[in-house]
Design a protein around this ligand. Structure first.
Ligand SMILES: *Cc1c(COP(=O)(O)O)cnc(C)c1O
Length: 458
């Protein structure tokens, strides 16, 4: 098919929204290591997870054999409010760069929460409602997950208690108000409302918080309140499963025009958008049908893949959650308060960790100022004002396209544009005023954190 026939935006029809989620674990020969009980170091069973998570979500979490899960009708109905998401050919960015590369991005920011997180929020709220629960608790970093979950809970009439990382609570009052608009209660974390919050405050007075702290608080509230469960916006296998809608739609749109990507790029915080975007492509790669270069992009201030250890660790700072084998900086690691709040998690999805460990994908870390340079260029030529998190992927997509300019290769690059940055204008302001700096942890800081990793015999 000739180039000119490819429209600026490739939209699928509503009827082409995928009806099933894809579970990449089903095609992995080496499965991700199981979650283990922090006390016994034995593999966690469904019964142990039941007090924390919704039943149906526990099933999804532990299922590594079922390749496809039908998406319930009620969830598909909600998806129709903002999906299918467009796959955009970045013609203007290509022109600006003068590259022979063909760049596409999957835009997930077209909903009020402003990010891909709604794809899993609505699924998790649905299963909580189906189980007859009163409400759910969660943490939020930059606020995108809390916003998405509050929208989903309001749709299904569930109570929603959000623990928001303190630095974001203070820097992003507007997100807090969006959550309250949808009926959620929002508490800055660490807080005095939980035992674990009090303990963290005593040990780190004046801390600006971290996702790890907020998770501990939200879990404590869920297990100590009748009719509540905890839900998480990233990292877990169930979240990657729901986010596979991103990749399935992307693949369907590319297939429609016979486009074969060479490089697929996504930013990586806990790994959910990247895991979702790459899922069907990784499936082909795992089955030996196709090959793609897959690149995870993380901030140099929180470099789990590129400088972390592949080891069992807690997912939370309070050390009350299960242990997961993942690339981690240590659960005690509190990254410097960078502006990519959604990428400030010390660990990484176990599935992506295993795939990275086995050589199925690459990872690279980028500096904050370089990320904002890319964000600004993108906003000026493509129109969309990107989230700082998403801009990590933009940075590397631009770098790869510039390499093509040098070599003359016409590679096809696909990247995930996970959201919009309207609530991140303080970060943009710092960048414009030349007040943004690149914070990178020292080897000594990381070693000190690794020394505290739990000792687990495998
Ligand atoms: C939360 C978030 C991310 C990072 O989370 P993942 O689970 O790694 O996808 C990236 N982009 C945006 C806009 C986010 O809100």
């Amino acid at each position: 098919m000739s180039e000119t026939k490819i429209p600026y935006k490739i939209y699928l029809d509503e009827s082409e929204i995928p009806k099933e989620w894809y579970n990449v674990r089903a095609d992995m020969k080496i499965k991700p290591a199981p979650l283990i009980n922090p006390a016994t170091h034995k593999k966690l069973e469904a019964e142990e997870l039941a007090p924390i998570f919704c039943e149906e979500l526990v099933k999804q979490e532990l299922d590594e054999d079922t390749a496809y899960f039908p998406i319930p009708e009620e969830i598909l109905d909600f998806y129709k409010m903002y999906r299918p998401a467009p796959l955009v050919r970045a013609y203007y960015l290509e022109k600006k760069l003068g590259t022979p590369a063909k760049i596409y991005y999957k835009f997930e920011g077209n909903n009020t929460s402003g990010s891909h997180k709604l794809n899993s929020a609505i699924a998790q709220a649905y299963y909580a409602k189906k189980q007859g629960l009163k409400g759910v608790t969660t943490e939020t970093g930059a606020g995108q997950w809390g916003t998405a979950l509050s929208m989903a809970c309001s749709y299904f009439d569930l109570d929603c208690k959000v623990y928001m990382v303190k630095v974001s609570y203070e820097q992003k009052p507007f997100r807090r108000e969006v959550m309250r608009t949808y009926g959620a209660t929002v508490t800055p974390s660490p807080s005095e409302t939980t035992e674990v919050g009090k303990k963290i405050l005593a040990e780190h007075p004046g801390t600006t918080g971290s996702l790890g702290c907020a998770i501990s608080e939200a879990v404590e509230v869920a297990v100590s309140n009748e009719g509540y469960r905890y839900v998480l916006g990233s990292v877990l296998n169930q979240v990657l499963l729901h986010q596979s809608i991103i990749g399935l739609e992307t693949k369907a749109a590319l297939d429609k025009y016979g486009i074969e990507p060479d490089i697929i790029i996504g930013c990586a915080g806990g790994g959910s958008n990247l895991g979702g975007l790459i899922a069907p492509f990784m499936g082909e790669k795992l089955r030996g049908e196709k090959d793609y270069r897959i690149i995870a992009v993380e901030p140099a201030s929180c470099p789990s893949f590129t400088r972390g250890k592949f080891a069992y660790d807690f997912c939370d700072t309070g050390m009350i959650c299960p242990l997961a084998k993942m690339y981690t900086l240590g659960c005690d690691f509190i990254p410097s308060p960078s502006h990519a709040g959604g990428l400030r998690f010390h660990g990484m999805s176990t599935t992506l960790s295993q795939l990275y460990h086995d050589g199925y994908m690459e990872a690279t870390a980028v500096d904050q100022t370089a990320v904002f340079e890319a964000a600004e260029m993108f906003a000026r030529v493509e129109g969309i004002l990107p989230a700082p998190e998403s801009s990590h992927a933009i940075r590397v997509a631009i770098d790869e396209a510039l390499k093509c300019k040098e070599t003359g290769e016409e590679k096809t690059i696909v990247f995930g544009l996970t959201g919009t940055g309207y609530f991140d204008m303080v970060a943009y302001e710092k960048f414009h005023d030349g007040l943004m700096s690149d914070q990178v942890p020292t080897d000594e800081e990381l070693e000190a954190s690794f020394a505290k990793l739990p000792k687990v015999e495998e």
